[in-house]
Design a protein around this ligand. Structure first.
Ligand code: FCB
Length: 444
């Protein structure tokens, strides 16, 4: 490690890794777990590019103990994971599944023994399929109420053992990719429905915060948003206006109601008849104060109105997802959020890159990921220097895993997974992160 090029983060800054239930757990039909909309989506031909499913995934339900040992080897302070709602409440309402609570109980014990702080997410997209079938999932206001019941039960049982609880992961992806573009489960293509879904998600978030506080949860409470800052490709009025709309529907669509109690007027006007229909009092619930704000950052939008659109310059390269590597946007965006919203302390709850990693002689030399990681940690350090309150960073992901509609073809992990044998191998980036964490801990 060349010390001159390494970012320095404040002491106490948390370094971690992230995963989510549907992407790693497997055990999809085991110990009383109900099916989720992602189990159903995988079973629908043509939805997952490599035709795979999540019945086994990384088999984490059986290998969680060794996976926690990998985190210990890395030296992380914190681990962000999600609870699978249908593992805890198979129908999304009514009876609880004790075998599901037992699994997370064992995971939390293991993390505690390893001295790793658990940061949980309640809903990382795997909605109980029963709620989809009975009420249309997030298209129904009813799902927001059921989500609050589920949140209260998790907080009641685990609230004193979790450092932080995020209600939702990336509501934009659920609404826009799941209900407008049909790319993600449940595969609906209807913009008006998607915008109503976004409203129910926000409402569910606010109701869940209130429900968790009502049961006396001690964990810090917040939400996780995916932000892809929009840049006009050229300084033309058309590109600037297009970038503004992208920003309105992506960043401000969630930030404004959470922190200002209203949807952004320009985005509402743009949506016209497809804008959602809030009920009286909804925004009071949605703007319930939070203890932290989680930001997932991967890339930026390069918005061009030309035909064909101008491509992003990609000076620092593109990931295997085709996403431009543009770390400067992370610094700028954190500064902008602070200026525009005065949010509570922020966490970078996800950041990472997919790389076409291959094992060669038992090693994966993912130098592109090492550079990505170093540059994004430097971007966070720069934001902190500029006065932004960021308290932690979670690399996405600990393991290669199920990358939604891409199946297992895209590898984001610091550990390579051979899916035939479930053998995990630390990549060069894992060794780099381990050294970086040790250096950070030693205050160098
Ligand atoms: C985010 C998701 C996460 C993972 C990364 C690559 O949008 O939250 O589950 O798939 O992208």
């Amino acid at each position: 490690m060349n010390d001159d090029t390494l970012p320095t983060l404040p002491s106490g800054f948390r370094l971690g890794v992230a995963t989510s239930a549907a992407q790693i757990e497997g055990g999809a039909r085991q110990d009383g777990k109900g099916l989720s909309i992602w189990d159903a989506f995988c079973a629908t031909p043509g939805k997952i590019k490599d035709g795979s499913d999540i019945d086994v995934a990384c088999d984490h339900v059986h290998r969680y103990a060794e996976d926690v040992e990998r985190m210990q080897w890395l030296g992380v302070d914190a681990y962000r994971f999600s609870f699978a709602w249908p593992r805890l409440q198979p129908e999304g309402r009514g009876a609880w599944n004790e075998a599901g609570f037992d699994f997370y109980d064992r995971l939390l014990d293991k993390l505690h023994a390893a001295g790793i702080s658990p940061h949980a997410t309640l809903h990382h997209w795997d909605l109980p399929q029963a709620l989809q079938e009975s009420v249309g999932g997030w298209q129904s206001r009813e799902t927001a109420l059921r989500f609050a019941d589920y949140a209260a039960e998790v907080a009641r049982r685990f609230g004193d053992r979790l450092v932080a609880i995020a209600t939702l992961n990336e509501p934009w992806c659920i609404s826009t990719l799941g209900y407008e573009r049909g790319q993600f489960a449940p595969g609906v293509r209807d913009r008006a429905a998607a915008m109503q879904v976004s409203h129910h998600l926000l409402l569910g978030h606010g109701l869940a915060l209130r429900a968790m506080r009502a049961v006396g949860s001690k964990a810090q409470l917040g939400i996780v948003l995916n932000h892809t800052p929009a840049f006009p490709a050229e300084k033309t009025p058309a590109d600037q206006q297009a970038a503004r709309i992208v920003d309105g529907l992506d960043v401000r669509w969630y930030m404004d109601p959470l922190f200002r109690g209203a949807y952004p007027a320009d985005a509402v006007a743009h949506l016209g008849a497809d804008a959602p229909r809030p009920e009286a009092g909804d925004f009071e619930i949605i703007r319930e104060p939070m203890d932290f704000l989680g930001i997932n950052f991967y890339t930026r939008h390069f918005v061009s109105t030309r035909t064909p659109p101008l491509p992003a310059p990609g000076a620092k390269g593109f990931s295997d997802m085709g996403w431009e590597n543009y770390p400067l946007a992370l610094t700028q965006h954190l500064v902008r959020l602070t200026r525009d919203y005065m949010p509570p302390p922020m966490l970078i709850t996800e950041n990472g890159m997919a790389n076409a990693d291959a094992l060669v002689d038992g090693r994966v030399d993912d130098q592109a990921r090492v550079a990505y990681l170093r540059d994004h940690l430097a971007a966070v350090a720069k934001a902190i220097e500029l006065g932004v309150d960021v308290r932690g960073y979670f690399y996405w992901s600990l393991l290669d895993n199920f990358e939604w509609d891409s199946g297992y073809a895209k590898r984001f992990g610091m550990f390579h997974v051979d899916y035939a044998t479930q053998v995990r191998t630390p990549k060069a980036s894992a060794h780099w992160y381990r050294d970086f964490i040790a250096r950070h801990r030693a205050g160098r």
